[in-house]
Design a protein around this ligand. Structure first.
Ligand code: SF4
Ligand code: SF4
Ligand code: SF4
Ligand code: FES
Length: 943
């Protein structure tokens, strides 16, 4: 297996304006100015020994291993810190250099444990390799004097350890934490012989500010920082390139294995989205894939009060098909439907929507994107003409003003956040619009220029006020608007937005953001050369989510911030494949590629390819399916990799709807909350077993490759094909690649995509077709997808959910770094050590008026329900606002969220719920009932 260090060129690439010519060991070399001598040598395959240098970090020049001689210069400069100069004549191998390097190495080794044969890094250690390279044969200095061999091992982090006895204080780890991750958790304490690496204030890694991203472990040249999995199992023997299955950043990884056991996940330096970086989830939290809770046999039961019965695949499929067909003959074709999962591959999602349309004979298919980014689809399609973000992640490197709205990338999109923070540290300005003071508002070396701490539910008023300032102060980019946008829609919008009701003064009263702050923020955004908007669920999960997306698009068009690097409107997608699940036709009104089911030509295309007449009637959305179930007209649901009983709002309503159905089929890894209402359980596959593609927030199509066989014996797409066939519709593919071939043949923006191409070239960003053969990193460069950009009116209409005397606080929700969504995966890993339970953040003033102390249990109640939860007192939330995460089912955050939703897409209004908080010392009724049903459920499952 090739070493992950094989291609390290020593120092990062430089792109100086000139080409410099020099000679190294007599060989001519040409490199861009600014390149180091070390990298120039590497470019002609001349390896200069090194320890403190790596091409992932700026050179530091501390180890003195990489010395060279340069004609006409005194001494032996370090090649990693010496830039090339025209005409330089460099020697890298002379007797003097060899002696010097051996001497330096001898000193290192004289204070290093000589346990190479039993060391976990044996075979993957740069110190060992370099000692061999420089020809070290003897160590003249003994260990009698002072040394570091008794330094303790810090094992506090659940995933990696720090063995101080092996540290050569090269400071790669410190620089990785600063330069790559941006957390600045590590320092070199003391000087000279006493120098040592310390996490925060020598607290140990677990208690320090370390966020466990693994960047330091990856760059450590010795076994000092080492994955515990490698310490326990030894070095990996084979590897498979694949893609993280957690968030929408879509990091590429190399899964490193021994047999079918993963030993390490190494972020891929060639990964288009992450360029070698990762977060704690993708890097370390993969253990859930082999967790004993995983269900590996299909199961059925007559009623949800019965015990599950393990059966063979054929019996489970026949049972499910018989039930679904019986429902259709009794209640009609439209009485069943399906939900696709944004956790699954495009190929798995595609076959589910095809099964619904072709085998079920209706369009009752929806996706979990309904509850997160459906307003993005609606808003960006109406303004720009396509339902996707406009930029690649690299684009942020060129942004001058960054506007982050309703997003907390440090926790939810950590690898992109690191990149954004690098840009902020080098001078970009930052505006944060969020009710909470997220990490971005203030973190090491970062301070937002403006934090618009608005009242939850007033996003649209705030974006209108920003646009008002831009229009009334004549800061519109008139040339861009005249050339690229519709005159009429702009004129109508400009008149609307200039209205007094949108002025900062009027909006101050609504949002609580001072008018002067609104004005300054608008001027800053409009005045930057490149203004980039990044947003998250704090934009979409509102009753005016779609209006807000259009409001941001209006703002970008009015200022000309679209169609080049450094600008754009960028949704930070939550789940790994939320973009893909939408692209694949998961909405009830759209075929793959966002084409309406009523469009005759598109329907004819699919009908012919699928050999089946297709319905022109849009199907039911998830909330409509649930209401129809309560009305008795919707009786059967196929749920792919989604836990609607936990993730969807108004839990008690969702549970009642599921209970009212005759057949619920759940395809998942674990018996989740929804499975408690299921009649058929079809075991799913973990990402390490899948063959397919995911699409990240940049529209980047990444390959997901199987690192091991399916533990339950069947791919998810094949399971769905079998169910479709049992329902009477022939659907079969030889492999996942053939599914992508069908997608490409039927979907213009995917026309140039195939597994072969992705395997050959790496990832590609759609559209990828004859007009864009290399894919499309930046959208709308010469024109909008819809032709001219359309300004949409975005009148602010306050949500019906208001604080009242009974419910005086507003609850908003969000995510935390270590957990993921409903926690089904991360709760089954050591990540729970960072976040064992959901807690409620409450401002000190609100806590005091309620007599609350840190850590008290409180009742959190809304007009929908109540739960008990632990409170933490925090100034991250302003008075009048409380905040919690939703990762643990027993905290039941969605018991209190309401039925209100976005006017255009029904995306639930998770981000605004009027609540009361009061001291309590017992679980809520809902929690007691849940615990009781869980107990019964466990008892019948165990039978
Ligand atoms: S822990 Fe590793 S990377 Fe950090 S200083 Fe020590 S040897 Fe270098
Ligand atoms: S794991 Fe990441 S955050 Fe923690 S010390 Fe290492 S680089 Fe810094
Ligand atoms: S940032 Fe997202 S995609 Fe990348 S490793 Fe973390 S969870 Fe996975
Ligand atoms: S590699 Fe150049 S000084 Fe360490």
């Amino acid at each position: 297996m090739a070493s992950r260090r094989d291609n390290d060129l020593g120092t990062p690439p430089k792109h100086g304006p000139e080409t410099v010519q020099l000679t190294i060991d007599g060989q001519p070399v040409s490199v861009p100015s600014g390149t180091s001598v070390m990298r120039a040598a590497a470019s002609i395959d001349t390896r200069i020994p090194k320890l403190c240098a790596t091409d992932r970090l700026e050179a530091f020049g501390s180890c003195r291993m990489c010395l060279v001689e340069i004609e006409g210069r005194k001494g032996t400069p370090a090649s990693c810190t010496t830039p090339v100069e025209a005409g330089m004549a460099v020697s890298t191998q002379t007797p003097r250099l060899e002696a010097l390097r051996r001497g330096v190495m001898e000193l290192y080794i004289s204070d290093h444990p000589l346990d190479c044969l039993t060391c976990s890094a044996n075979g993957d250690c740069e110190l060992q390799d370099t000692a061999g390279e420089v020809g070290l044969r003897e160590v003249r200095y003994g260990f009698e004097g002072e040394n570091h061999l008794a330094e303790p091992v810090d094992t506090s982090n659940p995933y990696f350890q720090f063995d101080g006895s092996k540290c050569i204080v090269c400071s790669r780890c410190v620089r990785a934490c600063d330069e790559i991750q941006g957390t600045l958790a590590l320092t070199v304490d003391s000087r000279g012989f006493d120098s040592k690496i310390s996490a925060s204030l020598d607290e140990g890694f677990f208690d320090s500010e370390c966020v466990s991203c693994g960047a330091c472990v990856q760059v450590c040249p010795t076994a000092t920082l080492m994955e515990k999995s490698v310490v326990e199992h030894g070095q990996p023997r084979r590897s498979v390139k694949t893609t993280c299955a957690y968030c929408g950043v879509g990091c590429s990884f190399i899964a490193e294995l021994q047999g079918d056991e993963v030993v390490r996940m190494t972020p891929d330096t060639e990964g288009g989205a992450n360029e070698g970086h990762s977060c704690v989830k993708g890097r370390f939290a993969w253990g859930y894939a082999s967790h004993p809770d995983r269900v590996l046999k299909p199961m059925v039961r007559e009623a949800i009060t019965d015990a599950w019965r393990e059966v063979e695949w054929d019996e489970a499929i026949a049972f499910a098909a018989t039930r679904f067909k019986a429902i259709q003959s009794e209640h009609g074709t439209g009485a069943i439907g399906g939900i696709t999962s944004s956790r699954c591959t495009n190929e798995e999602v595609y076959v589910v929507q095809k099964m619904v349309r072709a085998a079920f004979g209706n369009n009752n298919v929806d996706t979990c994107a309904r509850v997160c980014h459906s307003p993005t689809g609606y808003g960006l399609k109406n303004t720009f003409g396509t339902s996707a973000g406009t930029q690649d992640f690299r684009s942020v490197d060129e942004a001058d003003v960054i506007l982050v709205i309703g997003a907390n990338p440090t926790d939810a999109h950590p690898v992109f956040a690191s990149r954004m923070k690098q840009r902020l540290r080098t001078g970009a300005k930052l505006i944060v619009i969020d009710p909470r003071a997220t990490d971005l508002v203030r973190s090491p070396h970062i301070q937002a220029d403006h934090h618009l701490q608005l009242r939850p539910g007033t996003n649209v008023a705030v974006v209108n006020a920003l646009a008002h300032v831009i229009v009334t102060e004549e800061r519109v980019n008139t040339r861009f608007v005249a050339e690229r946008c519709e005159d009429e829609s702009f004129a109508r919008w400009a008149e609307f937005i200039a209205g007094e009701e949108n002025s900062p003064e009027a909006v101050e009263a609504i949002s609580g953001v001072p008018a002067e702050t609104l004005r300054q923020a608008a001027r800053l955004y409009a005045g930057g050369s490149n203004g980039a908007i990044y947003y998250g669920l704090g934009v979409t999960e509102h009753s005016q989510g779609s209006s807000m997306v259009m409001g941001m698009a209006n703002l970008a068009m009015a200022t000309g911030n679209i169609g080049r690097n450094g600008v754009g409107v960028n949704p930070l997608r939550g789940q790994n494949n939320v973009q893909g699940s939408c692209d694949m036709g998961s909405f009830p009104h759209e075929f793959p590629g966002y084409r309406h089911v009523s469009d005759e030509a598109t329907r004819a295309l699919f009908a012919e390819a699928w050999s089946q007449d297709l319905s022109e009637e849009p199907g039911l959305r998830i909330p409509n399916m649930l209401s129809a179930a309560l009305d008795g007209s919707f009786k059967g649901l196929f749920v792919q990799g989604e836990d609607i009983a936990q993730s969807d709002p108004d839990t008690q309503n969702v549970q009642a709807a599921l209970r009212a159905m005759d057949c619920v089929i759940v395809q998942d890894l674990f018996l989740n909350e929804t499975a408690a209402f299921a009649h058929v359980f079809l075991p799913g596959t973990a990402f390490l077993e899948k063959d397919g593609t995911f699409i990240n927030a940049e529209r980047r199509i990444n390959r997901v490759r199987p690192a091991m066989p399916e533990k339950q014996g069947l791919s998810e797409w094949e399971t769905v094909c079998r169910l479709a066939r049992a329902m009477g519709y022939h659907m079969a593919y030889p492999d996942a690649a053939a599914i992508m071939d069908e997608i490409a043949a039927l979907t213009p923006s995917f026309a140039g995509v195939s597994f072969d191409r992705l395997d050959r070239e790496g990832s590609v960003q759609w559209p990828c077709n004859d007009s864009a053969p290399q894919g499309t990193p930046i959208m709308h460069v010469d024109g909008f997808v819809r032709g001219k950009g359309r300004f949409m009116l975005t009148q602010f209409i306050p949500t019906e959910e208001k604080a009242s005397r009974r419910f005086p606080l507003l609850l908003t929700t969000g995510r935390i770094l270590s957990q993921y969504n409903v926690g089904a995966q991360t709760r089954r890993t050591e990540n729970s050590r960072w976040h064992e339970e959901d807690v409620l953040q409450i401002h000190p003033v609100d806590a005091e008026t309620r007599g609350l102390k840190e850590g008290d249990m409180v009742s959190l109640s809304s007009r929908k329900g109540a739960v008990s939860i632990r409170a933490t007192i925090s100034e991250r939330v302003p008075p009048g606002v409380v905040y919690t995460t939703f990762h643990h089912p027993d905290s039941g955050a969605n018991v209190v969220t309401t039925e209100l939703s976005d006017w255009a897409t029904n995306c639930p209004e998770y981000k605004v719920t009027a609540v009361q908080v009061a001291p309590v010392n017992m679980p809520s009724d809902w929690q007691r009932n849940r615990a009781e049903s869980q107990r019964k459920h466990d008892a019948i499952t165990a039978e």
